[in-house]
Design a protein around this ligand. Structure first.
Ligand code: SF4
Length: 208
């Protein structure tokens, strides 16, 4: 272990907070094993052997995506066999099933659909929130937020504020890989909503 990680280990063991400079250095480090060891140590100190989990249901509202990342086995084009987009009623039905089965959370992500309007997602959240006030709504990858931003002309912060107002509780931890510039080459065939013709496409309703 390097002197830097030795220093951090002593801080973690004593319960001291790391500084902003140290956090940035840690963020830039590629020593995953050392970072993992420190994370395990911090977790053990905080939580001992306790683990926490929730019961959730995944709902993927559409697998149609304009990005078509080369590593993605989930996405389809609008003409492809196996492509689908759930109606709002189908989503509500799945949520009701989940709630009846004891779920405490919905985990919802999907492809970057070429013609669903932003209002569809707001309505989905608001209706789910009204129907299932006890279900936590975790939804949208970072690349979806980026896409909604390009779609609406709102900043990512404004998009998130709208989604939160509609009922969004949190976001899952996936997706930024597809919008990060340094990872972009080779990972996605089409990455920009505007260049994919999104803004000029005609929204349609997906209500069933
Ligand atoms: S943006 Fe997401 S859903 Fe779309 S192709 Fe990439 S990984 Fe798949």
């Amino acid at each position: 272990m390097t002197p830097f990680f030795d220093h951090l280990r002593r801080k973690v063991e004593s319960g001291a907070r790391i500084s902003e400079t140290e956090a940035l250095e840690l963020f830039a480090s590629t020593d995953l094993l050392a970072i993992g060891e420190l994370a395990a140590l911090a977790n053990q100190r905080q939580n001992d052997d306790r683990v926490f989990f929730n019961v959730n249901r995944h709902i993927n509202y559409t697998n149609i995506c304009v990005n078509r990342c080369t590593f993605c086995a989930f996405s389809r084009g609008v003409e492809d066999e196996g492509c689908y987009t759930l109606t709002l009623n189908e989503i509500l039905h799945k949520a009701a099933e989940a709630s009846a089965g004891g779920a405490t959370e919905l985990h919802m992500v999907g492809g970057l659909h070429p013609s669903l309007p932003f209002d569809f997602y707001l309505e989905m959240l608001a209706t789910l929130r009204a129907d299932n006030p006890k279900l936590h709504l975790k939804a949208f990858t970072a690349v979806e937020i980026d896409y909604f931003s390009a779609l609406t002309g709102l900043s990512p912060g404004e998009v998130l504020a709208e989604l939160k107002r509609a009922g969004l509780g949190s976001m899952p931890g996936g997706g930024p890989k597809s919008s990060a510039k340094r990872c972009g080459s080779g990972s996605a065939r089409r990455r920009s909503p505007a260049s994919a013709g999104w803004r000029s496409s005609k929204p349609r309703t997906a209500r069933g």
